[in-house]
Design a protein around this ligand. Structure first.
Ligand SMILES: CC(C)(COP(=O)(O)OP(=O)(O)OC[C@H]1O[C@@H](n2cnc3c(N)ncnc32)[C@H](O)[C@@H]1OP(=O)(O)O)[C@@H](O)C(=O)NCCC(=O)NCCS
Length: 145
């Protein structure tokens, strides 16, 4: 099996990402991923990345640099969506995708990357900690509508 190649995301990757999401969540959501992919490419085409192996998309990561939200003035790299096809896990694809996005955030002047993880998502939490993320001095609040 050849090593996955990390490259910039294009709109042609929507199908591949939709398929990975379907394998992770059991839901087929082509419109959702089309909207997201178009959004991130418009915001910053050099930020979102995919991993491709033997011509097939096996992983993706979406995020962007923003600043000023939540009273946090400094430019922040927001890591927002990622997934690796179950058949391609455990060989560093998620790490390489994340490092590629974070390197881009750095090149855009960000000094910090932030993300959020649901308490029930223990595996994602463990992955993020393995990637060097630590609990932030922030409180997530919500109110039902
Ligand atoms: C989390 C995920 C991205 C990991 O991808 P991967 O390619 O298998 O990860 P890597 O092989 O690059 O692992 C990187 C590090 O994370 C750790 N890690 C990965 N998955 C882990 C898990 N489930 N539990 C504990 N640690 C984990 C690895 O041990 C590795 O640590 P090391 O480098 O110190 O040994 C993948 O399992 C996935 O897509 N999960 C579903 C994500 C999801 O639900 N996304 C929707 C919300 S946006």
């Amino acid at each position: 099996m050849s090593e996955a190649r990390i490259r910039d995301l294009t709109e042609l990757d929507i199908d591949g990402i939709t398929r990975i999401d379907e394998r992770i969540t059991g839901k087929y959501r082509p419109q959702v991923w089309e909207q997201r992919v178009v959004y991130y490419i418009r915001r910053d085409p050099d930020a979102p990345k995919v991993a491709e192996r033997d011509g097939k998309v096996v992983g993706f990561v979406l995020g962007e640099v923003r600043g000023g939200e939540f009273g946090l003035d400094e430019p922040t790299g927001w890591l927002e969506f990622f997934g690796v096809d179950p058949s391609a896990r455990g060989s560093g694809v998620g790490r390489r995708l994340t490092e590629a996005l974070l390197a881009h955030f750095r090149s855009r002047g960000a000094k910090i990357t932030r993300t959020m993880v649901a308490e029930r998502d223990r595996e994602i939490d463990a992955f993020l900690r393995a990637m060097g993320f630590t609990p932030a001095p922030l409180t997530a609040l919500e109110r039902a509508l």
